[in-house]
Design a protein around this ligand. Structure first.
Ligand SMILES: *Cc1c(COP(=O)(O)O)cnc(C)c1O
Length: 366
């Protein structure tokens, strides 16, 4: 093992892999046009539906999470369609960029970074712009903020607006009940709470969303969801899927369901609470207004080199935390809670941060 193998990933994706998932990823590849693979896929499909809390198809795409976001925009809408977008960080901005790329007319509700969207403000945006769709993020991983998806989706549903939710770091860590909350599209990604390497993405589609996919006038090829939907029930794919990753997903879902979805969520909550408390005990401030349990985001105190602290923690303690992106570069530290982590890893990360702050000097506080 080299030192990279020993580094614990406490980043908000990619995440640490469970030993059983690592073992599954090393197993022989099953050919995808065979009965055994289709059986495996159909079992995985059922479990994905449970995770998404839906009776509708959840498609497995071989792309990163952004590929599934792009597939949603390309397949549900047509050029000239108006869409509302909640923008409160890097991933909300990504929805707006994708909408612009496909010739949609995005209308933004801009929420200050670190804050959560107010459903009343979303309702006003919908009333003022009468969009076909509303694109937003469940957990905004760039700030650690959680948006009230259930309330926002209710406002959209009341107005017949298609809701498209980036649940890439919200799924599993938080309740996200696609059918019960009337959400049309939920997007997921393998390298977050699904405990897999990057490379797979998931798209759950309501009946209304499936109609929209058939009605869209956009050109599509690799990301065309129509053949994927047709072949879903049989456990087939239009192109070669990420077979090895899907074999890993089968085991990752077994691990998650053995622990239980509610228990897994409770574990994330416990780790997030412990990290938030520990971070405050170090004299640091939590950045987001309504923090998610997927990650804890702490502000870098004035006068401290945020990147130097993270580099030291990798070198001295073998733990990789994440810094900020975009305008939060060097301003925040992000502790991920997704993936295969134990309570002792959380304690180790807090102890490592304490030592790094002490080494950084008195300006770093207690
Ligand atoms: C990680 C992440 C993405 C996906 O990014 P990829 O790099 O394309 O996998 C999208 N949205 C959110 C909220 C994320 O956390």
């Amino acid at each position: 093992m080299n030192s990279a193998d020993r580094t614990i990933l406490m980043t908000p994706g990619p995440v640490n892999l469970h030993p059983r998932v690592r073992e599954a990823l090393g197993s022989a590849i099953v050919h995808h046009r065979t009965g055994p693979f289709r059986d495996l896929v159909r079992g995985v499909n059922r479990r994905l539906q449970q995770v998404f809390a839906t009776e509708q198809p959840v498609l497995i795409l071989t792309t990163s999470g952004t590929g599934a976001m792009e597939a949603s925009v390309a397949n549900l809408f047509s050029p000239g369609d108006r869409v509302g977008v909640i923008s409160s960080g890097k991933f909300g901005e990504r929805w707006a960029e994708l909408a612009g790329t496909y010739g949609l007319e995005p209308h933004l509700l801009t929420v200050p970074w670190g804050e959560s969207a107010d459903p009343g403000a979303v309702a006003r945006l919908l009333d003022e712009t009468s969009p076909r769709g509303l694109l937003f993020t469940h957990c905004e991983t760039s700030t650690g903020a959680l948006h009230p998806v259930r309330e926002i989706a209710a406002e959209a549903r009341r107005r017949g607006v298609l809701t498209v939710v980036d649940g890439i770091t919200g799924l599993i860590a938080h309740e996200l009940a696609m059918d019960a909350w009337g959400i049309d599209v939920v997007v997921g990604g393998s390298q977050k709470a699904f405990m897999l390497p990057p490379g797979l993405a998931f798209v759950g589609l309501s009946a209304q969303a499936q109609d929209a996919v058939r009605a869209s006038k956009n050109p599509r090829y690799y990301l065309d969801l129509r053949p994927a939907l047709e072949q879903w029930e049989a456990g087939d794919f239009p192109f070669t899927p990420g077979v090895g990753l899907i074999q890993g997903l089968d085991v990752a879902l077994q691990v998650i369901f053995e622990e239980g979805l509610a228990e897994t969520r409770a574990r994330f909550h416990r780790m997030a609470e412990r990290t938030r408390d520990g971070v405050r005990e170090l004299g640091l401030r939590i950045y987001p207004q309504h923090p998610s349990d997927s990650l804890t985001v702490a502000q870098v105190p004035e006068g401290i080199d945020g990147k130097a602290v993270l580099d030291r923690i990798v070198k001295e303690d073998g733990i990789r935390l994440a810094g900020g992106q975009g305008k939060l570069k060097n301003k925040i530290w992000r502790f991920g809670h997704m993936g295969y982590l134990r309570d002792e890893d959380v304690e180790a990360s807090l102890a490592a941060m304490k030592r790094a702050l002490q080494a950084a000097g008195p300006a770093a506080g207690r």
